[in-house]
Design a protein around this ligand. Structure first.
Ligand code: R5P
Length: 300
């Protein structure tokens, strides 16, 4: 068929059916449908409705909550594809669960992301494409090629289109400072980052008393993940206390656990904007073009 990318078959995993379909459309690639279900006892079942023999396949499956179920579905699909004769399996995992446990912070802790990487390899994954992984360095330790692409420019462009060019870009901790730098290249309103400390035993966070040039200005907080919302809510409050006009929250992975959204909005944020790496009602920005671009490149 003309215009169809015959080099790759795309499989949309149970966690991200919509995004997978959008990527396939952009790539004009053929797809293999997945039949999936949960048994009454919670076990997962997957079946591929098409041949993958001698094909290169890309499995698009995010691993947002329930992380362990989504990871297992990915392992089942990768192993199944290899078992049915696929030549190469690329795991496209927009949100990579366990990536925050990228070190042994305390003696005796599991180095969780390393375990996940080993399990992927065992399941037959040959390479990984993810989006804004929590720390890029960890990918160098994966036992197969792994790359992370950034959705921050897409988020910044979204705000620019909303008329927020000139807004101050804030990273809520030092680890996120690159996000603010990237956003500032698009918004040109200046940038900064907070200094966050975390108690590794209790999980409690604290901040240094940083001052930012936000009086009378709009500001946007850029982070990779919003989980409980504590980090972003504290940043919103601080920016409002320092005189910011309107404050927005941007994140790539809107996990939004419990009352995270309420906490952020109650502290004075105008809105939260996320991507469809984690499907939610705040997922206004699609990463489909980023993934299509990454898969379309020769090395992917
Ligand atoms: C941590 O370093 C991450 O980049 C996020 O800031 C963090 O995971 C957000 O978590 P929460 O929303 O629970 O504060």
């Amino acid at each position: 068929m003309r215009g169809v990318n015959n080099k790759m078959l795309l499989i949309s995993g149970p966690a991200l059916q919509e995004l997978g379909k959008n990527v396939a459309e952009l790539l004009k690639t053929n797809t293999v449908n997945v039949v999936f279900k949960r048994f009454p006892d919670g076990e997962n079942y997957v079946r591929l409705e098409g041949s993958v023999k001698n094909e290169e396949v890309a499995i698009v499956q995010t691993t947002s909550p329930p992380q362990d179920t989504h990871l297992l579905q990915l392992f089942l699909l990768a192993d199944l594809a290899k078992d049915l004769g696929a030549k190469k399996v690329t795991a496209v995992v927009p949100y990579l669960a366990y990536s925050r446990q990228d070190k042994r912070f305390l003696p005796g802790e599991a180095w969780s992301i390393e375990t996940i990487a080993k399990l992927m390899k065992t399941a037959g994954v040959d390479q990984l494409v993810t989006i804004n992984v929590h720390a890029n360095e960890i990918l160098k330790k994966f036992p197969f090629p792994a790359k992370s692409i950034s959705a921050m420019p897409l988020l910044a462009e979204y705000f620019k289109k909303m008329g927020l060019e000139g807004a101050f870009a804030l990273a809520p901790d030092e680890g996120a400072k690159e996000y603010a730098i990237v956003a500032d290249r698009i918004l040109h309103g200046g940038y900064g980052w907070r200094h966050k400390m975390r108690d590794r035993y209790t999980g409690e966070i604290g901040f240094r008393n940083d001052k930012f040039d936000v009086k009378g200005k709009d500001a946007i907080i850029f982070d990779d993940i919003i989980s409980t919302g504590g980090t972003t809510a504290a940043a919103v409050k601080m920016l409002k206390n320092q005189g910011a006009k309107r404050v927005y929250s941007a994140c790539v992975h809107p996990l939004l656990i419990g009352d995270a959204e309420k906490r952020i909005l109650e502290n004075g944020a105008e809105a939260i904007v996320g991507t469809d790496c984690v499907p939610s009602h705040v997922s206004k920005v699609s990463v489909a073009p980023l993934i299509a671009d990454a898969l379309g490149k020769k090395e992917a």
